[in-house]
Design a protein around this ligand. Structure first.
Ligand code: SAM
Length: 393
């Protein structure tokens, strides 16, 4: 059933708004994105391609490989269609199954019922063939099936990632309101950071933006940091092939970055978390961390002919009262960008447009990016070099 070389419909999910960056990443792997959808990018690819997508993509959440496309009016028809597939060849009888779904069908009031019917169909089939039933539950540690059922149209996919790809494995010490790693990567790419100029990240919190920048600047595949992917649990999976892909990716990673990566925060606990996470990622030598108010950040002279990016993710002030207190901070951020960051692209990721208005600079672009359920903006500013001289490369 799982021919690793057969091409199938693949849907790679990402944060809403990150599709253009994801499409570019897919193209860079030599694959051809077919369509951007509201929550991801569609293409045709083999399971072997999915291994590479899981290993290399920075902005993707999950890589879904379609195994069944059919029509079903109701849950009984869904069960019949799913149980017709040879699941006994697709997962070990002592495996672990997780089913997730997004359902919009008039006969289904609770998506958990659709999950249950898919799970029953797979488990009953394996029980009949092997005399044993696999375990199941919500943990995403084994085989993960993803059901998309819209009206009568059913698409059932193997989630080849399992745990979302944002869980890189390095953020062992979170701090307040950390960004998802995949969203941080999308912000960096959208700001034009390509790892060749400097990257400065005041208000760094647990260091997600700086660490994603370090991965990007060294050409390190983000999947190298993770142990588990759902495709590892497929019968027919070839560990030697996976090892070869990992070795190749490791061989391409550079030990140093061309530009500097500077991250600061005024909260010593945030710095402790950032330091801890940098060590967990093996990137502590690449990221220069300092405890200070953002205004005191030592911004390196911009490198010429390179995209130097200063990126900040200030608190949004979603609770009443906080917003007032954050207005002067945003005004000061505008002054800091204007006076201290010439030659940089300024990038501010915020969920609060009212506060963003206090930055007081003209934006070059305002990109919408979803942070979970919150619609955020990545504001980009061109901070032209004034009298300050540029350092040559
Ligand atoms: C929303 S969090 C950043 C989260 C970060 N992107 C991450 O992924 O962990 C905002 C950070 O700004 C820091 N901060 C707030 N005011 C600051 C100031 N005046 N100077 C420096 N850091 C500040 C806070 O300590 C907090 O860590």
């Amino acid at each position: 059933m799982f021919d690793f070389h057969r091409k199938s419909f693949v849907f790679v999910t990402c944060a809403g708004g990150a599709q253009p960056m994801l499409e570019r990443e897919i193209r860079a792997l030599g694959l051809r994105p077919e369509a951007a959808r509201p929550l991801g990018v569609a293409l045709r690819a083999s399971l072997d391609d999915c291994l590479r997508l899981n290993l290399h993509l920075r902005t993707a959440h999950r890589v879904l490989w379609e195994v069944l496309r059919t029509k079903a009016e109701n849950a009984d028809q869904l069960y019949e269609a799913v149980t017709a597939l040879p699941w006994e060849q697709a997962m070990p009888a002592d495996g672990y199954l997780t089913v997730v779904s997004s359902v919009d069908n008039p006969t289904i009031r609770d998506a958990r019922f659709a999950n249950q019917r898919v799970k029953d169909a797979v488990v009953d089939r394996i029980l009949a063939a092997r005399g044993r039933r696999p375990d199941s539950g919500p943990d995403r540690r084994g085989t993960v099936l993803s059901l998309h059922w819209q009206g009568r149209s059913v698409s059932l996919s193997l989630d080849t990632s399992g745990e979302p790809l944002s869980n890189r494995g390095y953020r062992t010490m979170p701090h307040s309101a950390p960004m998802r790693e995949t969203l941080a990567a999308a912000c960096l790419l959208a700001a034009g950071y390509d790892g060749r100029g400097h990257l400065v990240n005041p208000m760094c919190g647990s260091g997600t933006l700086a660490l994603e920048a370090a991965l990007l600047a060294t050409g390190t595949a983000p999947g190298l940091l993770r142990e588990n992917f759902a495709f590892l649990h497929l019968p027919g999976f070839d560990p030697a092939r996976w090892q070869a892909l990992r070795d190749e990716a490791r061989g391409r990673a550079r030990p140093t970055a061309r530009g500097r990566i500077v991250a600061t925060d005024h909260d010593p606990q945030a710095l402790a978390a950032a330091r801890h996470n940098a060590a967990a990622a093996g990137l502590e030598a690449l990221v220069e961390l300092d405890t200070c108010d953002f205004r005191e950040t030592a911004v390196p002279e911009a490198l010429r002919r390179a995209a130097n990016v200063l990126i900040v993710n200030p608190e949004y002030g979603l609770r009443l009262g906080d917003e007032e207190a954050l207005k002067p901070l945003h005004a000061a951020l505008g002054d800091f960008l204007k006076q201290r960051c010439q030659g940089y692209v300024g990038a501010v990721f915020t969920g609060n447009p009212r506060l963003a208005a206090h930055i007081g600079l003209r934006t070059r672009a305002r990109l919408a990016l979803m942070n979970g359920p919150i619609e955020c903006r990545l504001l980009l500013y061109d901070l032209y070099a004034g009298s300050r001289r540029h350092q040559d490369e």
